[in-house]
Design a protein around this ligand. Structure first.
Ligand code: CIR
Length: 257
């Protein structure tokens, strides 16, 4: 059974952090409706969805992916790069404690879960404005005893590594090669985002289905042409907050293997 931890949209979401995007008005009610569709989609794909209450003081708290990296036998609670996001960890600690032993990134390290792409036993980690060298080194030290190795990756022109590249099928990555060098990932197949859709690299693969923003129509078609099954969702408000589909949930197997 897969668990998906989510959190309701904050009423303060319009005051979210923005790094590479210009601010455009966010309709919080619409965001909440879209979030419910996303939640239903995860349920329809077999997840036991556990939704935490909204955090009115924490605008970006819907993006639960950034505050933890959940692995097979442990979870690492991050120290988010944006100071406004650090208090998001408390409730996630409580939500994850029944399932995993918890480890922590400590000051002066910073790390956002959106920078961590797991492929097998390798964690590729974006070296970004949110995840610093000390955070990446701490992560490597924490996960090594559990059989993971960490590969730092340079990222250009976007918030997180997973803005630029995510897994969409076994051994297949969706990538914007202008944001990250495809050479670092070794012998994998690639689907490139359509050049007209630079922010289209973020997709959530769940049991053979890719959950994906309906707005990126050209890239969506590229995936379908490759035989990839896509569930398209309207996530317009999350995109305005510089988020994507991976950011809104922490999905993991309930049982430790
Ligand atoms: C932020 O800047 O932290 C939020 N506005 C967006 C975070 C998106 N998270 C993600 O891509 N994992």
């Amino acid at each position: 059974m897969k668990i998906a931890i989510m959190r309701r949209v904050s009423p303060a979401m319009a005051d979210c952090e923005l790094t590479h995007l210009a601010r455009s008005p966010i309709d919080v009610r619409r965001a909440a409706e879209q979030h419910e569709r996303y939640e239903e989609c995860l349920r329809s794909l077999g997840c036991d969805v556990q939704t935490l209450p909204a955090e009115p003081e924490l605008p970006d708290s819907v993006f639960v992916e950034d505050v933890a990296v959940v692995l097979d036998d442990v979870a690492v609670i991050t120290r988010p790069g944006a100071e406004s996001r650090r208090a998001e960890t408390d409730s996630i600690v409580q939500a994850l404690a029944p399932y995993r032993k918890l480890l922590r990134i400590e000051d002066p390290g910073t790390l956002d879960g959106g920078d961590v792409l797991r492929l097998g036993r390798t964690l590729y980690v974006g070296n970004t404005s949110r995840s610093n060298g000390k955070g990446i080194t701490q992560l490597a030290r924490l996960v090594a005893p559990h059989g993971y190795n960490v590969a730092p990756v340079e990222v250009t022109g976007c918030l997180h590594l997973k803005t630029a590249v995510t897994e969409v099928a076994p051994n297949t990555l969706l990538i914007n090669p202008r944001m990250v060098d495809r050479g670092v990932f070794g012998a994998v197949e690639f689907v490139e985002v359509d050049p007209a859709e630079p922010h289209a690299g973020n997709a959530l693969l769940l049991d053979g289905t890719v959950i994906y923003p309906a707005a990126h129509r050209k890239t969506l078609r590229r995936m379908e042409e490759r035989g990839i099954k896509v569930a398209a969702l309207d996530v317009s408000e999350v995109l305005k907050a510089e988020g994507g589909v991976t950011c809104c949930s922490l999905v993991f197997d309930a049982a430790k293997p």
